[in-house]
Write a protein that binds this ligand. Structure first.
Ligand code: BES
Ligand code: MN
Ligand code: ZN
Length: 496
């Protein structure tokens, strides 16, 4: 798909379909008014029949415009003008592209960056159009011999005026960078565990790095981790035939002396639970237990494509968690890189065992902040559902920056407390701490565990168990979250 900015006047346009907006009182968007005036009030007349109300996300395709180089018009309901939020705007965009996705057309011109929404810019609106449209065209065909049918669409143009053109172009560049990062994240996540192994992720990280002259990559092997004393991480991998990898991406876009933002992603390419084996139903979805890691790759790729002037380190501890004669057993005690010993009461709480050593490793980069992303707890889905990712951290300013970015990006977060009281649940009679804290507050106790390894820096943890993929059914698939949120957070830091 080719995306571009269109500055031609609407009466000079040639396109298979133009997308325009309609409010719920039948009021036309600015571009819709112009098209209407240029075509003998055809749009007004059709609306007057009552076929479309303007309710948000309802669409009507006008399939023919007499004597016009604009061959179709898609009317998209925006709802009540004064109540148009960023969320409703995104929803309307998704409805528009879903209507057109299967149409036999080659070109679309979207005018919806002309809509006024409180606290938004042309950059943001153009970016949303690209991200949301691109999302609609994602297909996973890698492991199918019968591929899904391709859309006939070849190009999408987004209109701008001479006044908004430069903003629109920036929005387009950001949108394409982020959309490609999301695509990479989804692709890696949707791959099955027998293809997407830790070694495969490491190769992909090398690819990402090789596409930017500001990025380098280092892959630490099990022997390197052994030398560093990563006994906790390595204990998880011991039950697997696939060697663990610690992937370290270094994006040097900022001044050499400026401290990096470190992003760590859980890269469990398959989580069977280990000796504390998971039940069979739905276990296939534990191929998605590397979504945090995939998001690190997608986000760094996006940051490099946007040429952000900041330094970023991406760390992906990657392993499988399998039952095996040599696997961790409940009751085993391991020693982490930090020196803290851990009693493994449940081998299925493996994410924190690999992340804790990655957190300790992050210290060597003298980080500005450390953010980890992990499909860490089923409890997070119980607490928050599949709408926001869970957010926990030891620094209010960092958490607030992430929440602000999540709102802008439409990739929501909800903060949970990380209070001292919860640490009680991690006490062990046989080690410095236990790896589980019982049934209550599972997302919080998991974060409490991680926080013991994040005491020397500003740190936030995103539990993406409910948001990284859509579960079950025909809709099963990766979402690419939280790449939009992290990309926004990094854009904000680059601007600051
Ligand atoms: N990867 C899982 C968490 C998970 C489960 C994410 C289901 C999304 C859907 C993690 O490694 C895990 O197994 N966590 C356990 C922790 C428990 C043993 C304390 C869980 O959530 O059951
Ligand atoms: Mn597990
Ligand atoms: Zn897991």
């Amino acid at each position: 798909m080719d995306y571009s900015i269109e500055t031609l006047a609407l009466d000079k346009l040639e396109t298979d379909c133009i997308i325009v907006g309609l409010y719920d009182n039948q009021q036309l968007s600015p571009s819709a008014e112009i098209i209407d005036a240029n075509h003998q009030e055809l749009i007004s007349k059709i609306i007057a029949r009552g076929d479309i109300s303007g309710e948000n996300s309802k669409t009507l395709l006008i399939n023919y415009l007499p004597d016009s180089t604009i061959r179709r018009v898609l009317l998209v309901g925006l709802g009540e003008k004064s109540k148009l939020t960023t969320k409703l705007y995104r929803k309307a965009l998704a409805a528009a592209i879903s209507t057109l996705k299967t149409a036999k057309i080659e070109s679309i011109t979207c005018t919806l960056a002309d809509i006024t929404i409180k606290n938004t810019t042309t950059v943001w609106k153009t970016r949303q159009i690209v991200e949301i449209f691109n999302d609609a065209f994602y297909q996973f065909n890698e492991t199918k011999s019968i591929k899904g049918s391709d859309s006939s669409l070849k190009n999408i143009r987004i209109t701008a005026t001479t006044a908004t053109e430069s903003e629109a172009k920036l929005g387009l560049q950001q949108g394409l960078s982020i959309a490609k990062g999301i695509d990479l994240t989804k692709f890696l996540a949707d791959l099955p565990g027998n293809i997407c192994t830790p070694s495969y992720l490491a190769e992909k990280a090398k690819n990402v790095a090789s596409n930017s002259d500001k990025m380098s990559v280092e892959i630490l092997e099990e022997s390197d981790m052994e030398a560093l004393g990563m006994g906790s991480f390595l204990s998880v991998s011991r039950g697997s035939r696939q060697p663990a990898k610690l992937i370290v991406l270094n994006y040097a876009g900022g001044k050499p002396e400026s401290k990096p933002i470190v992003i760590i992603g859980k890269g469990l390419t398959f989580d069977a639970g280990g000796i504390s084996l998971k039940p069979g139903a739905g276990m296939d979805e534990m191929k998605y237990d590397m979504c945090g890691g995939a998001s690190v790759l997608g986000t760094l790729q996006a940051a490099a494509a946007m040429d952000l002037n900041i330094n970023i380190i991406g760390i992906v501890p990657s392993s499988e968690n399998m039952p095996d004669g040599d696997a961790n057993k409940p009751g085993d005690v391991v020693t982490s890189m930090s020196g803290l010993t851990i009693e493994i009461l449940n081998t299925d709480a493996e994410g924190r065992l690999i992340l804790c050593d990655a957190l300790t490793y992050a210290k060597k980069f003298n980080p500005e902040v450390v953010i980890d992303l992990a499909t860490l707890t089923g409890a997070c889905i119980v607490a928050l559902g599949r709408v926001p990712s869970g957010l926990l951290g030891n620094d209010d300013a960092l958490c607030n920056d992430l929440i602000a970015a999540s709102e802008t990006a439409g990739d929501s977060l909800w903060r949970l407390p990380l209070w001292e009281e919860y640490h009680e649940q991690l006490k062990s009679n046989f080690a410095d701490l236990a790896n589980i804290g019982g049934r209550d507050a599972g997302t919080i106790t998991a974060a409490c565990f991680l926080s013991r390894f994040a005491e020397d820096f500003r740190w936030a943890h995103l539990d993406i168990a409910g948001t990284a993929w859509r579960s079950g059914g025909s809709n099963k698939g990766a979402t690419g979250r939280p790449v939009p949120l992290l990309s926004q957070y990094l854009i904000d830091r680059a601007d600051a």
